[in-house]
Design a protein around this ligand. Structure first.
Ligand code: PMV
Length: 367
């Protein structure tokens, strides 16, 4: 793999004697759930501590990118979500393409039509920027690959291709860079020779068998859009009274988590995953201004999970994203028991709540 740690950029793609041609590509990319959280950043989307996540399988964004030669001087981009023109999200996508174009200026010769759909309900409160940004970055990098391969028959190395997708996904939305790789990924520098702040590192090869096919049941406690964005939350970590401790803890927990994933130590996994979730929300509750994203039922579900774990010995645990919904993580072997637990004890808290059965998945792919 190429190492661009010093430059923070990939090498520009040089294309000579180039005639713009229309083309198309379709990519699918999943959401991911962090076990150790990324919360706080500096500079150009550089995380203040490393993070580790499971890649999901069923919560995905599918994106089709059509490109054609721009007319005159202005490059146009139309972004459609679920068949409807969405200029506001289109602006975020346009920004991502402009970033990729800084190094790959051929992109400036094109206009784009981009259409996306999500497999999970748009208003489920599940963060969709990781899947949306990584699907889009994958499509644009594939477009560059197609343009390049029309000129030069040496194919791009597959690892290098994925690393570029991860690099640019990160610039679109930090945590998106982890969605590229199957099953589990690390993002952020753990030590000079482990991890990178610029892209995610695949962890699949080190996973213990007990962490294969891990399940994630996502209980939708509240499907409204969150009141404080992640961007604002990351920003509040700059002046946070506990930031230094949190960043050190994120690094320590990442190191421990890597060991846990290698050795299959599920009880230590439960301990770190739950403390990470609560610490993320503790940061929100103690920032200035403070804010609270969990809801009464988030806490009620957490209590039920802990009680059920104690009574049944089923090794399930909870984690939270930047919102009130609860991710219940557990090994595949306990699928039937956990399903019954959710349908009886959890949904009874509010029969209007939905849940999504997800599990580890294979990462970003062409469709
Ligand atoms: O990728 P962003 O900027 O939306 O931040 C996401 C942060 C968390 O989802 C709360 C944690 C994480 O590591 O995914």
């Amino acid at each position: 793999m190429k190492n661009n740690l010093m430059t923070e950029h990939f090498e520009p793609m040089v294309i000579k004697d180039f005639t713009p041609m229309a083309g198309t590509t379709q990519w699918e990319s999943p959401s991911n759930i962090a076990l150790v959280k990324y919360w706080g950043k500096m500079g150009n989307q550089i995380p203040r501590n490393p993070s580790v996540s499971f890649t999901l399988q069923n919560c995905v964004t599918r994106t089709q990118i059509d490109w054609f030669e721009k007319k005159g001087n202005s490059s146009e981009l139309d972004f459609y979500f679920e068949g409807k023109l969405k200029p506001s999200f289109g602006q975020r996508i346009q920004k991502l393409i402009a970033t990729i174009a800084e190094q790959n200026t051929v992109l400036n010769q094109y206009s784009f039509r981009i259409s996306s759909t999500n497999t999970f309900p748009h208003s489920s409160g599940i963060a969709s920027s990781a899947s949306a940004m990584s699907a889009c970055a994958a499509g644009i990098i594939d477009m560059l690959r197609q343009i390049r391969e029309a000129q030069d028959s040496n194919p791009w190395d597959e690892d290098y291709f994925k690393q570029q997708i991860s690099f640019y996904s990160r610039l679109g939305s930090g945590s998106a860079c982890r969605s590229i790789y199957p099953n589990a990924a690390l993002w952020g520098e753990v030590s000079p020779d482990l991890g990178s702040n610029l892209w995610a590192t695949p962890l699949d090869h080190l996973l213990h068998d007990d962490f294969r096919q891990y399940q994630d049941a996502i209980v939708i406690v509240d499907d409204s859009t969150k009141s404080v964005s992640s961007t604002m939350g990351h920003g509040l970590m700059n002046q946070h009274v506990f930031s230094k401790i949190r960043f050190e803890e994120g690094l320590r927990n990442t190191e421990t988590m890597l060991n846990i994933l290698r050795t299959g130590d599920i009880s230590s996994f439960i301990d770190i995953v739950e403390r990470e979730a609560l610490q993320l929300h503790a940061m929100m509750m103690t920032s200035n201004p403070s804010y609270i994203l969990i809801k009464p039922n988030t806490l009620a579900i957490i209590e039920k999970i802990r009680q059920y774990r104690q009574d049944s010995n089923v090794p399930l645990c909870f984690t939270l994203d930047a919102g009130p919904n609860v991710h219940i993580l557990y090994p595949f072997a306990f699928r039937d028991k956990v399903k019954e637990f959710i349908e009886t004890e959890i949904i009874e808290l509010n029969p209007k709540m939905n849940w999504i059965a997800d599990e580890m998945g294979l990462g970003t792919k062409q469709i």
